[in-house]
Design a protein around this ligand. Structure first.
Ligand code: CP
Ligand code: NVA
Length: 300
């Protein structure tokens, strides 16, 4: 049975640490011009049912840096967009490649694909989770501040796919998570319930960020929610991560954003354009973290 990465719970806490540490090692090797080539002759199929910049570039470059090839598949010009069952597509595609990465809407789609795949399947974002981004975020925190265990992380914004992955990360990496969301935008109730020992909900972002070691935000309207943009801008008023809000956090607190960002909405231009920000490291670490992840899954 192949190992899949559909959520952070698919790797044990120690395997997650192994991957994020290896990611930092691969980053150094990359800078030194000595990328290992364990993917020689290996193919990654990349299925994108939603837009992407970082995910596509990082997977495609990552595979090629490690000696393999990536194949971009969009529903527009494959049978995936014409209703061929996921199970059939999974059987066929996984008989021809060595790994599959999927970005789609329903989380059930990646689960169904994985069930019928003979090679590792990686969730590259669903409506429910974005675990690859968390690998990069965890790596980034580790590189700048050391272990995240026991730290206070504060999510400010929508209870969305990124927030859900932060809830899983809190459990796997053993940190405390505060979630500041307006009423009506809470994270999934079952997930919250399963993690109530380490996750607390706040309505006041300032209260939530007190004592924070890391503050994280994301867009108010995710992909697929574009028509709710105006209503959400209204409902999320007061939830911008900015210098004033960060003044309530610990003085050495980091802030992150998975990107793309909307300056002046969920994050201020001042924070985005601050030369000290780790947001660009966070984005770059997608490359290194996913290389480590693919290496791990192929060796598992
Ligand atoms: N953060 C992230 O997943 O970015 P893309 O949508 O550009 O892939
Ligand atoms: N929550 C965002 C993340 C984008 C990387 C979305 O799903 O659109």
């Amino acid at each position: 049975m192949p190992r899949h990465f559909l959520t952070l719970l698919d790797l044990s806490p120690s395997e997650l640490l192994q991957v994020t540490h290896r990611a930092s090692e691969l980053k150094k090797l990359h800078y030194a011009g000595s990328n290992p080539k364990p993917f020689d002759g290996k193919q990654l199929a990349m299925i994108f049912e939603k837009s992407s910049t970082r995910t596509r570039v990082s997977f495609e470059s990552g595979v090629s840096q490690m000696g393999g090839d990536a194949l971009f598949l969009s529903p527009r010009d494959t049978q995936l967009g014409r209703g061929e069952p996921i199970s059939d597509s999974a059987k066929v595609i996984s008989s021809m490649v060595d790994m599959v990465m999927i970005r789609t809407f329903a989380h059930g789609t990646v689960e169904e694909f994985a069930k019928h795949s003979r090679v590792p399947v990686i969730n590259a974002l669903t409506d429910m989770y974005h675990p690859c981004q968390l690998l990069a975020d965890l790596q980034t925190f580790q590189e700048h501040r050391g272990s995240i265990e026991g730290k206070r992380v504060v999510w400010v914004g929508d209870g969305n796919n990124m927030c859900h992955s932060y809830i899983n990360a809190a459990r796997q990496a053993n940190f405390e998570l505060h979630i500041a969301a307006p009423e009506g935008y809470d994270a999934n109730a079952d997930l919250m319930d399963a993690n109530k020992d380490r996750v607390r909900v706040f309505r006041d972002p300032k209260e939530a960020v007190k004592g924070a070691d890391l503050v994280v935000t994301d867009v108010w309207a995710s992909m697929g929610q574009e028509e709710e943009q105006a209503k959400r801008e209204n409902d999320f008023a007061g939830f911008e991560v900015n210098a004033d809000l960060m003044s309530y956090a610990n003085s050495d607190a980091l802030y992150m954003h998975c990107l793309p960002a909307h300056r002046g909405e969920e994050i201020s231009a001042e924070l985005m354009d601050n030369p000290e920000t780790v947001i660009w490291d966070e984005a770059e670490n997608r490359l290194h973290a996913q290389k480590a992840l693919m290496e791990f899954l192929l060796n598992a």
